[in-house]
Design a protein around this ligand. Structure first.
Ligand code: KIV
Length: 284
């Protein structure tokens, strides 16, 4: 258990003011959250990417609020001081501002997050404003927004053309003005991210594959440790291949059980001879 003080919005703005980049990672379970807490991560995102990384769906769309709450509660237990952001799942905020406020409120109350995140630009500014007015801190998400991946034409960089880049810059302003205290830019060109970061007045800009000019960086935990078997996106740096270590260990286990080299004496429990003798008598 770490003895650091709780990371708050104030802590995060304090880092940005000093020019110290904010570290942010996704996380979906208790043991990983404990490791991230020990490593001193500033922020944790329980992303609806858990639909793919943990539940094996081929998109984030089937993830429900119940899924999100269950995983976020586990992460909070493992990381009591990290700034915890809960990702609003598909259709928990799109239909109306009222739905958005109720979903965000449930997330905060049941999962103890510090903020919620939702995807989209000016079209969801009213949702951001409503949630903010209910006293809930909001993180926006622009660029590649996985819940709209079909409309965006797949998992690809957003804003490479001038017109689309301008749209993302305008959307960032709209979301900031609606009350978001932070915006994640996913797979946006570095120079577009730089413009948005420089223009942000009271808003932290965080980058996922959008370059070094933001106030902080996000990575998907499974990508950085080779834990997602289907693919690793180009922007992800692999910091260690845990997936390979686990696979090797599993293959070794199967072969040791098969050739009877596992278990060894230290891997099982025994009873005293006299207890065993008594047992035999009882059995007779
Ligand atoms: O769900 C998630 O993990 C996300 C990231 C892709 C930013 O929203």
């Amino acid at each position: 258990m770490s003895d650091r003080k709780k990371v708050t919005i104030r802590t995060l703005f304090g880092k940005a003011k000093k020019g110290d980049p904010i570290s942010w990672l996704t996380c979906y379970d208790y043991p990983t959250a404990s490791f991230q807490e020990q490593a001193g991560i500033d922020m944790i995102l329980v992303g609806d990417s858990l639909g793919m990384t943990m539940l094996g769906y081929d998109s984030t769309l089937p993830v429900t609020m119940d899924d999100m709450i269950r995983h976020t509660q586990a992460v909070r237990r493992g990381a009591p001081t990290a700034f915890l952001v809960g990702d609003m799942p598909y259709m928990s905020y799109q239909a109306s501002t009222e739905t958005a406020i109720l979903s965000a409120g449930r997330f905060m109350a049941e999962a103890s997050c510090d903020a919620i995140k939702l995807e989209g630009g000016s079209e969801i500014a009213s949702r951001v404003a409503g949630i903010r007015a209910a006293g809930i801190p909001v993180v926006g998400h622009l660029g590649l927004t996985p819940q709209s991946v079909a409309a965006l034409g797949g998992f690809r960089v957003q804003g490479r053309g001038a017109h689309q880049a301008k749209q993302i810059i305008d959307d960032a302003k709209a979301i900031e003005e609606a009350g978001a205290f932070a915006i994640l830019l996913e797979m946006v060109p570095d120079r577009v991210c730089k413009i948005i970061t420089e223009r942000a007045k009271d808003c932290l800009i965080l980058s996922l594959g959008s370059g070094p000019h933001a106030h902080g960086q996000l990575l998907i935990y499974h990508d950085m440790f080779g834990l997602y078997p289907d693919f690793t996106p180009r922007m992800a740096k692999v910091f260690g291949n845990a997936g390979e270590i686990i696979l090797n260990g599993l293959q070794e286990y199967v072969s040791e059980v098969t050739d009877k080299t596992f278990p060894q004496r230290e891997n099982w429990f025994t009873m005293k001879d006299e207890e065993y003798d008594d047992l035999m008598e009882l059995m007779d």
